[in-house]
Write a protein of this length. Structure first.
Length: 124
C-alpha cells in the first residue's frame, strides 16, 4: 500500500470537497420541482401585530418584474420581493436569507424589522 503523503491527503480532500459541492449544486435543482414558478396564492394576515399581504399584481411600471408579478405589503407599505431561479424568494429586508414563499418573505421582514416601520423603497 502506498504511503500517505501530504499531497495525496490534500488531493483526496479536494476531491471530496468537489464531490460534496456537486451534490449541493444538484440538490436545489431537484427540489425546485416542488416550487411554483409563477404567482403564488394571495394572503392577508396579521403576523406579530403587523398586517402582511401578498397578491398577484399587474405590470404598472414598478419593480414587479423581479417579483414575478407579485406584490407583498407590510402595514400597507410595499416590501420589494424577488423570486430566485430556484423558486425561493428574497426581499430588500432579508436579501441574504431566501425563503420558500412570499408569505415567508413578509414574515421574515417583520422579524427583521423588530417593530420598526418599513419605509417605502424609492423607485428609480
Amino acid at each position: 500500500m502506498p504511503e500517505l503523503t501530504r499531497r495525496r491527503a490534500l488531493t483526496a480532500a479536494a476531491a471530496l470537497a468537489a464531490a460534496a459541492g456537486a451534490q449541493t449544486l444538484v440538490a436545489p435543482t431537484a427540489s425546485a420541482a416542488g416550487h411554483q414558478h409563477g404567482s403564488p396564492d394571495s394572503f392577508d394576515e396579521v403576523y406579530k401585530g403587523r398586517r402582511i399581504q401578498g397578491r398577484p399584481m399587474s405590470g404598472g411600471g414598478h419593480h414587479h418584474d423581479h417579483g414575478a408579478g407579485y406584490g407583498v405589503f407590510v402595514d400597507g407599505v410595499e416590501l420589494h420581493v424577488m423570486q430566485n431561479a430556484d423558486g425561493s424568494w428574497i426581499s430588500v429586508v432579508s436579501h441574504y436569507d431566501p425563503v420558500p414563499t412570499p408569505r415567508a418573505a413578509a414574515r421574515a421582514a417583520v422579524d427583521e424589522l423588530q417593530g420598526a416601520k418599513l419605509l417605502p423603497f424609492p423607485a428609480n
